[in-house]
Design a protein around this ligand. Structure first.
Ligand code: 3PG
Length: 345
C-alpha cells in the first residue's frame, strides 16, 4: 500500500478523504474536535509540500441534503486550528466545484460539502466515484474510521485515480496490527455503547482473555439468546444503577480484571454518560485503566468525547479515531477501504 510520502505532491490536486464526522450540539456547534485534530499532521504535510488540498468527508447520516449536517462548521474549526484559510464549497461534485478547483493555487485548502448529501456515496455508485476521482490527481485515504464502509469515496474511487494512505490511516493500522500480532497479555476488551457491541464479541473473544460488557450489551445478548464460542471470557455486570450505569460491585469486579491486564482496549461508554448521574462507572473504569499501567487503546466517538471532557486523553497510549472500524479491524475482519487500497493503491 502506497503512503503519502511515496508521492510528489507539489502543485498536485490531492483529494484527502478525512473523517470529520464529529459530534454536534443541538445548536450545531462541534462538541469534540478530536477527529479534526487527528487529520492535521497529514494536512500540514500537504501544505509543506505545496499541494492543492481538497478535503472530503461525511458528517453524520443525513437523509438527502440536511443542512444541519453541513461541513461548513468543520471548515471554520479547521481554519482556527491551521491558522489559514479553508474555502468551503457547498457541494462535492458538479461544475461549480470543478471551476473552483481549476482556479486553485498551490497551498490552498478547500473543504467540500458532506459526501452523504448524495445517496450515491453510500451506494458506492461507480459514476459518483468517478466524478470524485476526476476532481484531483491523487487520492489519499486518511479516514480509518470509515474504512469499514463500502462507500464511493472510500472504495469505488480507488479504481479511477492514483491512491494511497494518509499519515493517520498508516498510524492506526500500525498500532492496531501490533495489538493483533503481538499483544501483551492478559488482554482485556471493554465494550460499552448502545448495545450493538455484541456483534464483535465472538471474533474478539478469540484474541482476548476477557471481554467486559455493559448493561445494554448484556440485555441485547439475553434478548437475542446469543450463545458465544467462549462464554467464560465474557464478564457481564452484576449490579446496576437504575439500569443506566454499572453499579459499585461491577466496578470492583471490572477493576480487578483491569488491574491484571497488560493491554486494554476500550470502546463505548459503560453507562448513559449524557446524564451526569450515570457517568461514574465509565469514569472509574477510565481511571482504573490508567492506574493499571497497561497499554491502553480507546476508540469510538463517544468514548473519546468523554475522555476528553475528563481531561484524561493524554494518559492513554493510543486514541483510535475508529469506533466500528476499530472493532472490525481488531476482530480480524477485512476493511473494504483498506483492502481496496491494498489491491489498487
Ligand atoms: C464513525 O463515526 O464510526 C464513522 O464516521 C462512520 O460513520 P457511520 O457509522 O455513519 O458510517
Amino acid at each position: 500500500m502506497k503512503g503519502l510520502k511515496d508521492f510528489d505532491c507539489q502543485g498536485k490536486k490531492i483529494l484527502l478523504r478525512c473523517d470529520f464526522n464529529v459530534p454536534l450540539s443541538q445548536q450545531g456547534n462541534i462538541l469534540d474536535d478530536f477527529r479534526i485534530k487527528q487529520a492535521l499532521p497529514t494536512i500540514k504535510y500537504l501544505i509543506e509540500k505545496r499541494a492543492k488540498i481538497l478535503l472530503i468527508s461525511h458528517l453524520n447520516r443525513p437523509r438527502g441534503k440536511e443542512l444541519k449536517y453541513s461541513l461548513k462548521v468543520v471548515g471554520k474549526r479547521l481554519e482556527e486550528l491551521l491558522g489559514t484559510n479553508v474555502k468551503f464549497l457547498p457541494d462535492c461534485i458538479g461544475s461549480m466545484v470543478e471551476q473552483e478547483i481549476d482556479k486553485m493555487e498551490s497551498n490552498e485548502i478547500m473543504l467540500l460539502e458532506n459526501l452523504r448529501f448524495h445517496k450515491e456515496e453510500k451506494e458506492n455508485n461507480p459514476e459518483f466515484a468517478k466524478k470524485l476521482a476526476d476532481l484531483a490527481d491523487i487520492y489519499i485515504n486518511n479516514a480509518f474510521s470509515v474504512c469499514h464502509r463500502e462507500h464511493a469515496s472510500v472504495v469505488g474511487i480507488i479504481q479511477h485515480i492514483i491512491s494511497g494512505q494518509g499519515l493517520l490511516l498508516e498510524k492506526e493500522i500500525k498500532v492496531l496490527e501490533e495489538i493483533i500480532e503481538n499483544p501483551k497479555t492478559p488482554l482485556i476488551a471493554i465494550f460499552g455503547g448502545k448495545g450493538d457491541g455484541f456483534r464483535a464479541i465472538n471474533k474478539i473473544s478469540e484474541r482476548v482473555d476477557f471481554i467486559l460488557i455493559n448493561e445494554l450489551i448484556d440485555k441485547e445478548i439475553k434478548k437475542r439468546k446469543i450463545v458465544f464460542k467462549n462464554p467464560e471470557k465474557i464478564i457481564s455486570p452484576i449490579d446496576d444503577i437504575n439500569t443506566f450505569d454499572i453499579g459499585p460491585q461491577t466496578i470492583d469486579l471490572f477493576k480487578e480484571k483491569i488491574k491484571k491486564a497488560k493491554t486494554v482496549l476500550w470502546s463505548g461508554p459503560l453507562g448513559k454518560i449524557e446524564d451526569k448521574e450515570y457517568r461514574n462507572g465509565s469514569e472509574q473504569i477510565a481511571k482504573a485503566i490508567i492506574e493499571s499501567g497497561a497499554f491502553s487503546i480507546i476508540g469510538g466517538g463517544e468514548t473519546m468525547e468523554f475522555i476528553n471532557q475528563l481531561g484524561l486523553s493524554s494518559k492513554f497510549n493510543h486514541l483510535s479515531t475508529g469506533g466500528g472500524a476499530m472493532l472490525s479491524f481488531l476482530a480480524g475482519e477485512k476493511l473494504p477501504g483498506i483492502e481496496a487500497l491494498r489491491k489498487y493503491g
